[in-house]
Ligand binder design. Structure first.
Ligand SMILES: Cc1cc2nc3c(=O)[nH]c(=O)nc-3n(C[C@H](O)[C@H](O)[C@H](O)COP(=O)(O)O)c2cc1C
Length: 287
């Protein structure tokens, strides 16, 4: 189906955008108004957009009902500072509560029983319960639309990074798996980055893979191997030599597969690929 957004209402278009562009990270943006009243709201139209300068960006939309701006947008226009606090599973329900449309001037830290901590540089407080928080100065505010659901991209420059001390391993490196992050899906759905949900892909930037087009046609056109299997094979820097193949072909599991049919071979290669044994997979395929 091909859809022209011109034929949809902004709400209908939004459902496709926010449903398909997911999971999205969630930030808690803390801001203050000109009188110093504190505001805290979650945003999932949020990401890192530059490493140097270190920039984060998020987008409060104008109200879908009447096009009015959110307190966060009004606040950063009055006081161009924000703290961006990462949301993990331990605070996801409190985060959701802070998205309630309380009247301006209501402090959502209090509504959600979250702890305010003053940073070093900016006025808006940090969320003590967040595993990682960023003190930021607002760099730019881009108005992307001026009607209901129009976005405003707030680009914020990170001036301090706060990381909870329990998150460092013995080498002093931040353990990103310990963050227990959550993401926003479409509608009311969320996702939790539990260890069972994580998987690794060897980084292609470290090597110059031959590409799927560099694989022999009898592998590339396999009816067993999937696009993911071929993607992993295409990441090898070169195909094994005949000598290397005959060495590995002595491996008992491989030997047995070589006596079977083509499909059996490809299935064994697939099993090796799923265990991360790319070399053995290629041997089975090429022997
Ligand atoms: C997980 C989550 C993500 C959200 N992301 C956004 C977003 O990216 N942009 C937006 O305009 N509203 C978003 N909202 C809704 C705002 O948080 C909500 O409108 C909030 O009341 C705005 O508060 P404020 O008026 O105090 O700034 C999100 C809500 C939740 C629960």
């Amino acid at each position: 189906m091909i859809i022209d957004p011109n034929n949809l209402s902004p709400r209908e278009t939004y459902a496709y955008l926010s449903g398909a562009v997911a999971p999205r990270p969630i930030c808690f943006a803390s801001t203050v108004d000109a009188e110093g009243n504190v505001n805290l709201s979650p945003f999932s139209f949020f990401n890192v957009v530059s490493g140097d300068p270190p920039l984060l960006a998020f987008s409060p939309l104008l109200s879908g009902r009447d096009g009015s701006p959110k307190d966060t947008l009004n606040n950063v226009r009055a006081v161009p500072e924000v703290t961006i606090n990462i949301v993990n599973h331990a605070i996801v329900e409190q985060m959701s509560l802070t998205s309630t449309a309380y009247p301006s001037g209501v402090n959502e830290f209090e509504k959600a029983a979250l702890t305010q901590v003053q940073g070093e540089v900016v006025k808006p407080p940090l969320v003590a319960e967040s595993p990682v928080s960023f003190e930021c100065k607002v760099d730019q505010i881009l108005t992307l639309g001026d009607g209901p659901m129009g976005g405003s991209l707030i680009i914020a420059r990170v001036v301090r990074i706060h990381v909870h001390k329990d998150l460092f391993d013995e080498q002093g490196v931040m353990d990103i798996r310990a963050l227990d992050l959550v993401g926003r899906m479409g509608g009311a759905d969320y996702i939790r980055a539990i260890p069972e949900a994580l998987f690794e892909i060897p980084k292609p930037v470290r090597s110059l893979g031959i590409g799927i087009d560099g694989l022999p046609p009898y592998i590339r056109n396999s009816t067993v191997l999937t696009g993911n299997n071929l993607g992993r094979l295409g990441n090898v820097e070169r195909l094994p030599t005949a000598e290397e193949i005959s060495k590995l072909a002595g491996n008992p599991g491989v030997k047995e597969a070589l006596t079977g049919g083509l499909e059996q071979r490809h299935r064994l290669a697939q099993a090796y690929l799923e265990r991360g044994e790319t070399e053995l997979a290629l041997t089975v395929l090429m022997a």
